[in-house]
Design a protein around this ligand. Structure first.
Ligand code: PEP
Ligand code: MG
Length: 575
């Protein structure tokens, strides 16, 4: 028996034999050619064939695993048609007179390595997508369509270094009991897919899983983030018991997910979704979201080559806000710079980008970026419940500055005779410690707060959120972060303002009782976490949550707090 630890990516316990997913390397040689035009015609045909396969993969995945997992194939299609990539391949074929396979492989590898180098988990995970779509196109060029997926013919746990979207679309999902991968983080393709399928998964488990042999007996503990290799009979019996418990809880959670989140003593909070664009609407509504607590507008700006126009932004924001009807949708203004780079926006390199010209700091410097977005938001909010939120606020002056640009946009739109939301609520993210400290002053100038614990913990603890070595420090469970959260909620409530939380922590089952007890009004999370959050809130009392929060605030470490919650609130244990 051996236990390997990784990142818990999808709840639940899977038990079964290992199916070791090995990649067969494509051998690509560099050959000289004499007719570049014919070579480029082959490239065009292969791209067309790849495009059709990706459309098919999109449809299959949407049906089997939901839109979020399927969207990856649309993104891949755009990558393969990226004029920069296609142009670079064309140049190489024409100037170096080499075969298109070799030109494509080398060029896409340069693109993938550039993405991988970006200090952002989501974007570096997209490097895998470039490699995947390249490999699919190369297979079309070579006429080689073998995949290890076809040999999965019995229920098993998929073990891989990392799974590509193309691998997984070919897997017969009725045989997939669970996933464990050596690489990847919580936004890797395997993690997204597993959550979409509702299958337990552990990702980023490292070298330890390389020793797993085909048919080894495995347990994937998606709650603890552990993989147990060849467990003994007693352990298996214990895991079977936990699996049964999890399945019961999951069914209970799904059954109540369209009910309100009310504690047993009658305290109601809002449970809403974090989404990136229109594709997030359906999964959020299906999961029982009571609105959108964070619409990360930067998704509309990523994976494209030019700035979306005001009109395009207007249509996108409006279709999301309209889809939620009277339910609130909180649009966050562009949060780029720092770790999120947009190639077509010219940003000067910085030594400390997380502490640099990020989010509203960039927007305030670039009215040509900021104003079309604010105008689009004001127009889109006409006749629905769209709200606006600004990220990375550090001071009252920041709020006054963004509000002055917003007011200019309002005046312009009025003068143009356009319909606009005159009474739109405006809030800010509290994700910089200075904003938490000044919460009482900030509450005077905004309508609401949403606490961004992903950043608040990294800035409070001086621990980079993308650096796995300091992950325990960059955690919302650090006592210092909990104290800041309490300060913010108390300050806002004293001024009659409501407070949400849209960092990952809002959906973490262990954090929910404390946040509830501190008086948080709105919990915004990834849609798959919603049923579990609602079930938990509906099964405890506010009185108990308050006591738990009070005790937790006196504890001295992340570990002590987590341990305490598990004991004090047994409902948090899902298996
Ligand atoms: C946060 O910082 O907690 C947050 C929700 O924003 P993002 O993760 O997009 O920085
Ligand atoms: Mg943030």
């Amino acid at each position: 028996m051996k236990i390997v630890s990784g990142i818990p990516a999808s709840y639940g316990i899977a038990i079964g034999p290992a199916f070791v997913f090995g990649h067969e390397e494509l051998i690509i040689e560099t050959n000289s050619i004499t007719d570049p035009e014919a070579e480029l015609q082959r490239f065009k045909l292969a791209r067309e064939a790849t495009g059709k396969q990706l459309d098919q993969a999109f449809l299959v995945t949407k049906k089997e695993c939901g839109i979020e997992a399927a969207e990856i194939f649309n993104a891949q299609k755009m990558m393969l048609e990226d004029p920069e990539l296609v142009g670079a391949v064309k140049n190489r074929v024409e100037s170096e007179l080499i075969n298109v396979e070799s030109a494509l492989l080398e060029t896409s590898e340069i693109f993938a390595s550039q993405l991988e180098a970006i200090d952002d988990e989501y974007l570096s995970a997209r490097a895998l997508d470039i490699r995947d779509v390249t490999s699919r196109c190369l297979r079309n060029l070579l006429g080689n369509f073998d995949s290890p997926a076809s040999s999965l013919t019995e229920p098993a746990i998929i073990v891989a270094d990392d799974l590509t979207p193309s691998d997984t679309v070919l897997l017969d999902k009725s045989y997939v009991l669970g996933f464990c991968t050596a690489k990847g983080g919580s936004t890797s393709h395997t993690a997204i897919l597993a959550r979409g399928l509702g299958i337990p998964a552990v990702v980023g488990a490292g070298e330890g899983i390389s020793e797993i042999q085909p048919d080894d007996s495995l347990v994937v503990d998606g709650d603890a983030g552990e993989v147990v290799i060849n467990p003994d009979e007693d352990q298996l019996t214990a895991f079977r018991g936990r699996q049964k418990k999890f399945l019961k809880i999951q069914a209970e959670a799904e059954a109540i997910t369209h009910q309100p989140a009310i504690t047993i003593d009658g305290h109601q909070v809002e449970v809403v979704a974090n989404i990136g664009n229109e594709d997030g609407i359906e999964p959020a509504l299906e999961a029982g979201a009571e609105g959108v607590g964070l619409l990360r507008s930067e998704f509309l700006f990523l994976e494209r080559n030019n700035l979306p126009s005001e009109e395009e932004q207007y249509r996108s924001y409006k279709s999301i806000a309209d889809a939620f009807g009277e339910k609130p949708v909180i649009l966050r203004s562009l949060d780029v710079g720092g770790d999120k780079d947009i190639p077509y926006i010219d940003m000067s390199p910085e030594d400390n980008p997380f502490l640099g010209v990020r989010a509203i700091r960039l927007c305030l410097e670039r009215p040509e970026l900021f104003k079309p977005q604010l105008r689009a938001a004001l127009r889109a909010g006409y006749g629905n419940n769209l709200k606006l939120m600004f990220p990375m606020v550090a001071s009252v002056d920041d709020v006054l500055n963004v509000q002055s640009v917003l007011e200019q946009c309002r005046t312009e739109l009025r003068e143009e005779g356009q319909d606009l939301a005159e009474e739109m609520d405006v809030g800010i993210m509290i994700e910089i410690p200075s904003a938490a400290i000044l919460a009482d002053q900030l509450a005077d100038v905004v309508d609401f707060f949403s606490i961004g614990t992903n950043d608040l913990s990294q800035y409070t603890m001086a621990a980079d959120r993308t650096n796995a070595k300091v992950a325990t420090l960059a955690s919302g469970f650090q006592p210092a972060v909990f104290r800041l959260i309490k300060m913010v909620i108390d300050a806002a409530h004293q001024k009659g303002k409501w407070v949400g939380l849209c960092g990952e922590m809002a959906g973490e089952i262990l954090a929910i009782p404390i946040l509830l007890g501190l008086g948080l009004d709105e919990f915004s999370m990834n849609p798959p976490a919603i049923p579990f959050a609602k079930r938990l809130i509906r099964s405890i009392s506010m009185e108990h949550a308050r006591q738990v929060a009070e005790t937790a605030l006196d504890l001295k470490s992340d570990g002590e707090i987590r341990e305490y919650i598990q004991k004090a609130v047994p409902e948090v244990n899902l298996s």
